[in-house]
Design a protein around this ligand. Structure first.
Ligand code: ZN
Length: 174
């Protein structure tokens, strides 16, 4: 008759080693050096600076900007909300750098990637029929030809940054 010796098994405990090696060698200090302001990835839980809505999982181009006096970049659910904030006279003179998705290389329905461009030199399509996070929004492109392809398909007119104003953006929010 054989005896079953189940209780005698020794277990080797796996030790998770090395977590202390993940030292923060890469500095957050660099964020504060002038001239290298840049976007950060849209993370789950990030909220739109203007409307407070969670940003991730919404369609359409997103925007990020740096305002004088704030260490962190501000993120927005849509280019529309970013410009509503930026073009507000309370903020407009303090915006240092701003970035928008390049929709020539970013899928509209899953626009949370890292293909951003300088918002001041982008081409915008306004009045098209694609919906952003909260309805109408500005479609942003680095390239005029790509913007024209978009407007041919979805309508709207091309605008340079200098042609945007608060009244135009506000008209998209009603
Ligand atoms: Zn928003």
């Amino acid at each position: 008759m054989m005896k079953h010796s189940t209780g005698m098994t020794k277990r080797n405990l796996l030790k998770l080693a090395g977590s202390s090696l993940l030292l923060s060698a890469c500095g957050k200090q660099t964020d504060k050096v002038a001239g290298i302001q840049n976007v950060t990835k849209i993370e789950y839980g990030d909220e739109c600076r203007l409307c407070g809505m969670l940003i991730s999982n919404f369609p359409g181009p997103k925007g990020q900007l740096f305002e004088r006096g704030y260490d962190q970049n501000m993120k927005f659910c849509s280019t529309r909300d970013m410009f509503a904030y930026w073009l507000d006279p309370e903020h407009s003179h303090n915006i240092q750098s701003a970035f928008v998705h390049d929709m020539a290389v970013t899928p509209w329905d899953l626009a949370d990637g890292d293909r951003y461009i300088n918002a001041r030199t982008a081409i915008y399509v306004v009045g098209h029929n694609r919906r952003g996070a909260l309805g109408p929004t500005l479609a942003s492109f680095s390239d005029e030809a790509a913007a024209r392809v978009f407007s041919d398909q979805f309508g709207g007119r091309l605008h340079l940054f200098d042609q945007l104003n608060l009244a135009l953006v506000s008209s998209m929010m009603s």
